[in-house]
Design a protein around this ligand. Structure first.
Ligand SMILES: *Cc1c(COP(=O)(O)O)cnc(C)c1O
Length: 425
């Protein structure tokens, strides 16, 4: 199995003789053992197996194994949301007193998690523009920096991160690069091939694709040598008293230490595990991910070109357009397309956006993105409603910005819908 489409359909689960062809939904909190001794081995991490679904569940692990293969990683886990995945990916290697360098072009929920909530835990973040100079990037590092974080294609700014550049700088400081790969999905970009060390996902978006479950995933490339930076990552390289002094890097190796620690400590203590049914629904989505991503990108390209040709439209932001400042980076990292999300502004600004959106028939107003059904959002009036015009500009979401998430309908219908909304006064 070498091609991404085959992996979308088949990876992670291979039924044995007489077993169900579809992945079984193991809707059970608990698992039975023949002796306390056998169960004790699981609690000591001396044997692998399931005992309580707050930590691990077979259905979730089957789907995690598929995502692991799609990204080309060595280990993976599911979480109950994308927020939980990003929190865990950072918190697994950072404690109070540590510092992280993050791209400023990231999802608003992640920005708040880092800048407000994790700050309360004593972890500091320095935000840099994804297209900052090398000097600015260097200057963001401190002796206590433990990771670099960015999004392949930022939601909603749609900036494309130069993954290779960020990876090289992170590695020169002895820390891993964590990439949220939600928008392109591994169908369009596999950050590990460009030097990223840990990948996260909000599986709520394209991976599910049908708006049926909220979920997240974390994948380890297995390429980061934690022991070479032992003093920076004591949680991975020194004994864990809560498991009789095991050392994760020694016991589970470079490919398994990060995810095992994340499950054994953070899932145990925070319990943000997905419902088995949700993991099953996510797998349904994954089976057609390669087909849907192709269509999302084709539709977005046609829609972006249409919008750019219209005099009512002031600007269009889509990395597939030659006019985009991110065109070259997108060609390098995502030659088959980035994602289905296009942003644009109308000549009439904020007020025109209101009128235009109320006329749309096929594209429906929703806070969701990356769905099979086309959806549209005016952040200044919804997710970013409490911000002033100046604050909106500062976070790269202008008052006029319309975010259009192109679904997998027929492009002609999407364009006709946009045209009639632009034309009606
Ligand atoms: C939606 C999103 C998240 C948060 O994921 P949830 O599943 O909503 O918790 C994180 N990162 C990106 C890029 C997103 O689009």
């Amino acid at each position: 199995m070498t091609q991404i489409g085959t992996k979308c359909v088949q990876a992670g689960y291979r039924p044995q003789n007489g077993e169900p062809r579809q992945i079984p939904i193991i809707q059970s909190t608990t698992f039975r053992y023949e002796s306390s001794a056998a169960m004790g081995k699981l609690f000591d991490l001396e044997a692998s197996g399931y005992f309580y679904s707050r930590l691990q569940n077979p259905t979730a692990d089957t789907v995690a194994a598929k995502i692991c293969e799609l990204e080309g990683g060595t280990a993976a886990m599911l979480t109950s949301s994308g927020q939980a995945a990003n929190f865990f990916a950072v918190f697994n290697i950072c404690s109070a007193g540590d510092h992280v360098v993050a791209s400023s072009a990231i999802y608003g929920g992640t920005f708040n998690l880092f800048a407000v909530t994790m700050k309360r835990m004593g972890i500091e973040f320095t935000f840099v523009k994804p297209d900052c100079s090398d000097e600015e990037l260097e200057a963001a590092f401190r002796p206590n920096t433990k990771a670099v974080f960015g999004e392949t294609v930022a939601n909603p700014a749609l900036a494309v991160l130069d993954i290779e550049r960020f990876a090289q700088v992170a590695h020169s400081h002895g820390v891993p690069l964590i990439i949220d790969n939600t928008f392109p999905t591994p169908v369009n970009c596999r950050p590990f091939e460009w030097g990223a060390d840990i990948v996260t996902h909000s599986t709520t978006k394209y991976m599910d694709g049908h708006g049926s479950q909220v979920g997240g995933a974390i994948v380890d490339s297995g390429k980061f040598d934690w022991t070479a930076q032992s003093e920076k990552f004591p949680g991975l390289t020194t004994p864990d008293a809560s498991y009789h002094g095991i050392v994760y890097t020694e016991k589970f190796g470079q490919g398994g230490a990060f995810i095992t620690k994340c499950v054994a400590q953070l899932m145990r203590d925070f319990g943000v595990s997905p419902a088995p049914m949700n993991a099953f629904l996510l797998n349904f989505g994954l089976e057609s991910l390669h087909l849907r991503m192709k269509r999302h990108c084709e539709n977005a390209q046609k829609v972006a070109e249409f919008l750019e040709s219209r005099r009512e439209v002031a600007w269009v932001n889509y990395a597939g357009l030659k006019s985009s400042p991110y065109y070259d980076l997108a060609q390098k990292y995502m030659p088959n397309g980035t994602c289905g999300v296009v942003s644009f502004g109308l000549v009439g600004g904020r007020d025109a956006a209101e009128v235009f959106m109320s006329k749309l028939q096929i594209a429906q107003i929703a806070t969701h993105v990356a769905d099979a059904r086309t959806c549209v959002l005016h952040p200044a009036n919804a997710t970013h409603r409490q911000l002033s015009e100046a604050e909106l500009e500062a976070c790269g979401v202008g008052a006029d910005l319309i975010r259009l998430s192109c679904g997998i309908e027929d492009a002609d219908d999407l364009i006709a819908d946009l045209a009639q909304a632009l034309e009606t006064k």
